[in-house]
Ligand binder design. Sequence first.
Ligand code: NAD
Length: 424
Amino acid sequence: MSKVIVSSLYESEVFKMACRQFDIAADAINLPENIRDRTKYPRRAIAVALPIQRQDGSVTVFEGYRVQHNLSTGPSKGGIRFHQSVTIGEVAALAMWMSWKCSLAGLPYGGAKGGVIVDPNQLTELELERLSRRYMQELVNFVGPEIDIPAPDLGTNEKVMGWMMDTYSNHAGRIVPAVVTGKPISLGGSQGRREATGAGVAYLVKRYLEDLQIPLGQATAIVQGFGNVGSETALAMDAYGIKVIGISDYTTAIYNPKGIDLKKAVTYLKCQRVLHHFDGGEAISNEALLEQKCTVLAPCALERVITEQNAAKIQCRILAEGANGPTTNAADRILDQREEIEIIPDVLCNSGGVIVSYFEWLQNLQSYYWSRDEVMTKLFTILDRAKEAVESQKRKMQFSRRLAAQTLGIQRVAEAKAARGLFP
Ligand code: NAD
């Protein structure tokens, strides 16, 4: 019998949610007791203080984290989040999900995640650069191409990854592009990485619509969040002929049953930084947007937005989880009863990002670069394989799609841990 001494370190609703999902999955596949806690709890966590000189001359100390959940199946991999509500518990939950996601896609990585408690919209460009560099500086001994490879997430982007790569390389005394992924192309970024997560979400949506025999031209979509994942998901669905009738960001939600002009929205965002006052449709609340009738609902912003309160009210055929952890466990129980809704769970749905991050890392290690077509073809092949594995597990075990995806991810990590044994 394995025993874990549980501390309050990761105490948070989202960590509880990830642990509960793990327990349900572990019970469903009768995971041996001896391997459970080793597989479930993060391997290590680092907390760092980040003093930054502001442009007015004052100094602010920000707090940051990196949680490496699993290092047994390869270096760990996962994004860095800059957001005011970051907690170490949230970062730990996201690191857990990264482990199952990498495992499900068959990537040679464990899961990790990082975060800094900061609203990046309140920083100047120079302050953002200082914070990004300082974060990497504090993590220099804990990350690296064979240890842990960060990437962008909520509130970070390719520019931030470029600064982090430069900081790490300056410490190493040589260029080390493979230390982070999601970099600008000019610094060894991969073709297709910026749009990879959204392209993957849209590709899976297309494949599930085909399974449901719903013509793409008759489908409508609503996307919550219009950042990297949300905007690329919307654009890729639009390119498939799916009509996008709702988009949102943290300032507003825009609804237009005739279809939203996405190019106009992207241009507006470039100039204004937010969608507030965008005139491409009716402005409604973010909550109301999630409850509008559509074929595809794609939450692509934060976790825990589909809840006990709105799960009975959403009106879609496909819930495509572009964000990590957008559906609470209580909402899941309600959605399980609503057979008309097909959920594409986050660990499958948004895995396009980490899959192309893997390609970027491979290209950096080999200094041999691929075309966008090669990247996309290989991405869709892996997504098809993962989808097929999930569907087969779902049929064979009579599981929900989320349980099927999570059990596959967890099983592979547990098997690797068991095979390695305990040291010493
Ligand atoms: P981003 O910072 O580029 O965009 C986030 C978007 O969400 C912004 O438009 C923001 O305004 C919006 N938003 C924030 N709070 C909101 C709210 N309360 N209501 C509505 N919209 C809100 O972040 P991103 O990289 O697109 O990440 C979004 C989600 O996707 C996160 O859950 C992240 O973990 C997940 N994810 C990202 C990647 C990636 O490659 N970037 C990969 C896999 C999963």
